[in-house]
Design a protein around this ligand. Sequence first.
Ligand code: PRX
Length: 649
Amino acid sequence: MTTPASDHIDAMLHEHRVIHSSDDFVARARVSREDYDRLYRQSIDDPETFWGDVAGELSWMTPWTKVLDWQEPHAQWFVGAQTNIAYNALDRNVERGLGAKTAIIWEGEDGEVRRFTYAELLREVKKAANALLGLGVQAGDRVTLYLPMIPEAAIAMLACARIGAAHSVVFGGFSVSALSGRINDAQSRVLITADGGQRRGQLVNLKANADEAAQQTPGLEHMVVVNRGNSNPPMQAGRDLWWHDVVGQASDQHEAVPVDSEHPLFILYTSGSTGKPKGVQHTTGGYMVGTYLTTRTVFDLRDDDIYWCTADVGWITGHSYIVYGPLLCGATVLMYEGAPNQPDWGRFWDIVQKHKVSILYTAPTAIRAIMRQGDEFPNRHDLSSLRLLGSVGEPINPEAWMWYWRVIGGGRCPVVDTWWQTETGSIMLTTLPGAFPSKPGSAGLPMFGVDAALMTHEGEELGPDDGGLLVIKRPWPSMLRTVYGDDERYRKSYWGEIPHVYFAGDGARRDQDGYFTVMGRVDDVLNVSGHRLGTMEIESALVAHPSVAEAAVVGRPDDVKGECVVAFVLPQGGHTIDPVALRAYVSKEIGALARPDVIIVGDALPKTRSGKIMRRFLRQIAAGREIEGDTSTLEDPSVLERLAATEAV
Ligand code: PRX
């Protein structure tokens, strides 16, 4: 295993700045340093009481008999309890007097604004729940969602949860084959999509992709189509239905279905180091408690906050911190449909100013892209409503951290870096803003109940200042329960790599104060603009093209994207590689996010005598670095020089 090295990782290791929240912030904070010390201890020493108290703030139709039942690697949280997460996010908030409070403020890329109060959102979700029931969707079924960032995405997710059906959201940027593969894996009979979504002034035609995908999904019976773009797509009689018809005509009376705490809530596919994407399975009770607690404490959420997370609902960040966590807390959530540079790079700041956003949660890649355009875009806007900033998805380099803090936060807003994963369901490492100062580039300390450590691959625990593999030593409520349809893969990938601990796939360091700095993946998973991509997935797509005989994909540090995709390819005899066609092919197979940034056409790959590709050397070549390490195990070391001298296409 190797750790990707990059300039910004070097920068993090040499970073010693400590940034304190203001005295005012600390004085009012939800969680003080004393609270953290006490509650963290309790969460580790007496998890029954700690988690029981948190869960007790939410509504359960039947109480639990036991907080945790752990039969490694399978956990059950809130055993025997029944609840409904959509009930908790909506009905409960209406019942406690928040019916007239704004739940969602949505802004389209074209500037259109729609608002839903909690009462209105509840009504829409009830109607959508009845519409799904009318299509024969039952508790325990899976429904696939392939939607742009529109309120209907949240409504559809909550409607599934309300009737006990699991949703499987497929990011709108994924291709036809990625979509059909996920529909088939989840055996969904219903797909909810839209005619399109606005992106950089264009309507991205999701319905056309869905139609093509449906040719390879024999089990799919219905497609419910939201009319976002008035683009008048072809509708297949008997199969396709307009959302405004089925939901529009449905009754607004519906009682949320009580489900077992361990009832599946959703599947979300994510890339691993081998094979096809894994369907990460989350369940109801523990995920609800985990997202509720972290949203309230990490973002120090208040009744009057306007909270904006810029992720897409197609990723876990959108699930946990656009939809479930904030709505469980009764927050006002801003949702934005489009690109950050539409019509120009001031769009985020225009939205912050217009809607008086007070909490902003975004990704380092967005911060770096915006930072590059200069300070004039943020400086042209009034950002005084902001009081807290968050970062997620990849390591944030100290330079971008400082810019975010200084230029966007005016030096007044704490910045919380948050480390977590699709699998963890909720935030695992952070600096709670009223309890701890931040260290730019360092994710911070474990959240409540998170027993994080660094280990060697053999399971030996490492002390401060050592680098190692990041592991979690005990189960936590919002953790994944299995890989959908492949429990063996769950056992092996997460609890089998290092005995008796959860292996995250990341390398990290810890300093004397206990702060973890996450360095990046130690497996063959890339993080491109905060999106997780498996190198194997991209390689499979490349070699499926007739012109390619062999391919090896590695990441290269990139100033904006964090990492970019570098593909080394060998042509198939008699073929020449057309880079434009090859990139288009990968886009079609996986999605534009996986398109190789750099293609290097070679005549051989660096392999050991047993045929293993030595990616370490390819990473060095991709980064333009000197070759370091023992090359004597290579079958033909001269390959390295030839590849290093080859111009990329
Ligand atoms: O490598 C870590 C990186 O993103 C991976 C998880 O990706 P995904 O499941 O798509 O979830 C992303 C959003 C939670 C991790 O294994 N990562 C995520 N957040 C951070 C991070 N790396 C460093 N610092 C972070 N704050």
